[in-house]
Design a protein around this ligand. Structure first.
Ligand code: BES
Ligand code: ZN
Ligand code: ZN
Length: 501
């Protein structure tokens, strides 16, 4: 996508559409820019009340004598209620309307604001335009007669007095590239996006970006490392597991080091406790945590953030086979603790347990954040409006929640009560993996906590309700959302260490 910046409204070049923003005023819509168009149609429309300037309201007009053959009036809602999120929603509505009409080139007037910083204002406009501008149609045959065939935006010219407008927009575009990378990995067929495919992607990132170093443990190495829980989950799969480590050193002089861990179950059948019809069809999304790590790393690299970041991905399918691990059997983890396997569908916590223990022992992390489509129960609790966060550290949890508010990838904190540990007591092993449906998101997080060193701040993000949604929402396309990427990039940008050089 080509992004351009113009300071002079009169110097607009030809485009499919001019976008003019309006606030909802008391009696009539109020111009949200100083740019004036002298066309009779516009005066009439604004007077007649057909367009009121409500948030996300879009009205197309057709006028001659302009650089563009069409004009969109875009409603932003009341001026005193304009926020970063309301801008995303308004420009998101516009972006979706353009997608439906197959417009490719836009001239976009950026609204004035005395409530938002220049950067926030551009972020709202650009995220609103770019986040819905995505379609996964690789698996569709090309058909020129298909009226539904998606045409994406190709060029956006921002018209604004802000001399840094382009810089802000390009930053958003770099982050959105990470979001789209995550979405592509999630939306791809599970038979294509395998542990080996993820390993190739990791090598690919290292090849393209000098600051990234990739290490992949194959099955032999995973056996040598005695990652017994990852190996147990892998038993039912025809594909070997992969344990992927990607290191980004943006601040070599600093010892500050964030480790992110992504659940990389490339397909979750449930194992011998097989999922029923209706529960399995979306399970290619069970590597969304891993995808968020890939997207974050790409965005961080594109932005050149001065942080040290390592992504760890335990990757395998959870499949059904004569060789599948058996509920009731006991396996030994990387940490050395033994686990009584209760339900083979509780596989995410097993692979994460080995990754968490490995990260603590080998990677010298300042903090660890894991992202996982871990429990169906988190969707029952929070829907797709927020991901769950469980954390041993208030500072880390608060920083993540603040990044969540800013990006609107919101997080809601759930407890890690000591009492939950009782439920994971086993007669024959050190822990049980699962104990029924009660408080299952919190008990799953409590299981993970056993594998994290007490002294290392840790947060677990359960994204099972937010990573993959079957309905389009606001400025989000349906299916893979790419959740986690914008959140983590914002969190990393806010680390004090990211600003030092
Ligand atoms: N991958 C699922 C969780 C999930 C559910 C992700 C819905 C995305 C959407 C996880 O491995 C799982 O199966 N969890 C079970 C746990 C239980 C059966 C032990 C669950 O939450 O139902
Ligand atoms: Zn499962
Ligand atoms: Zn799963």
């Amino acid at each position: 996508m080509e992004l351009v910046h113009l300071t002079q409204f009169e110097k607009r070049k030809k485009a499919d559409l001019l976008v003019l923003p309006f606030w909802k005023g008391a009696s009539r819509p109020e111009e949200a820019t100083t740019y004036k168009l002298q066309i009779p149609l516009l005066t009439a429309v604004l007077k007649m009340g057909d367009f009121q300037g409500k948030e996300g309201e879009v009205l197309f007009l057709y006028a001659e004598g302009q650089a563009e053959s069409r004009i969109a009036l875009l409603g932003l809602g009341p001026k005193d209620k304009m926020t970063l999120e309301s801008l995303r929603k308004s420009y998101g509505a516009l972006s979706k309307a353009c997608l439906a009409k197959k417009f490719k080139t836009l001239n976009v007037a950026v609204p004035l604001s005395d409530r938002l910083t220049d950067q926030e204002r551009m972020a709202g406009v650009a995220e609103g335009l770019l986040l819905p501008n995505y379609v996964y149609d690789r698996l569709k045959s090309p058909n020129p007669e298909d009226a539904d065939e998606a045409i994406l935006l190709q060029k956006v010219t921002f018209i604004s007095d802000d001399k840094n407008a382009l810089e802000h927009a390009e930053e958003v575009a770099a982050i959105c590239d990470g979001v789209d990378y995550a979405r592509d990995l999630i939306n791809g067929n599970a038979d294509e996006v395998t542990p080996q495919y993820l390993a190739q992607c990791a090598h690919g990132l290292a090849k393209e970006h000098k600051q990234i170093k990739t290490t992949v443990f194959d099955k032999k190495r995973i056996e040598k490392e005695e990652m017994g829980l990852l190996l147990a989950v892998n038993r039912g799969s025809a594909l070997e597991p992969a344990f992927i480590i990607m290191e980004y050193k943006g601040n070599p002089k600093s010892s500050d080091h964030t480790v992110i861990i992504g659940k990389g179950i490339t397909y979750d059948t449930g194992g011998l406790n097989i999922k029923p019809t209706g529960g399995m069809e979306t399970m290619k999304c069970d590597m969304s945590g891993a995808a968020a790590c890939f997207g974050t790393l790409l965005a961080v690299c594109n932005l050149g953030l001065k942080v040290n970041l390592t992504a760890v991905i335990p990757a395998t399918e959870n499949s059904v086979d004569a060789n599948s691990f058996k509920p009731g059997d006991v396996y030994r983890s990387y940490l050395g603790k033994t686990v009584e396997m209760m339900n083979s569908d509780a596989e995410g916590r097993l692979v994460l347990a080995d990754a968490l223990a490995y990260a603590c022992q080998k990677l010298k992390p300042t903090r660890i954040i894991d992202l996982a489509t871990l429990t169906g129960a988190i969707e029952i609790s929070l829907g797709s409006e927020a991901s769950g966060i469980m954390s041993t550290d208030d500072g880390l949890a608060n920083a993540l929640m603040e990044a969540g508010e800013q990006t609107f990838e919101r997080l809601w904190r759930m407890p890690l009560y000591d009492e939950y540990k009782e439920r994971l007591k086993s007669d024959i092993a050190d822990f049980k993996s699962w104990n029924g449906r009660s408080a299952s998101s919190c008990v799953a997080a409590t299981f993970l906590k056993f594998f994290v060193e007490d002294t290392i701040p840790w947060a677990h993000l359960d994204i099972a309700g937010t990573a993959y949604v079957t309905e389009p929402k606001k400025y989000m396309p349906k299916y893979a959302s790419g959740v986690g990427v914008r959140l983590l990039v914002e969190f990393l940008k806010r680390l004090p260490v990211s600003k030092r050089s």
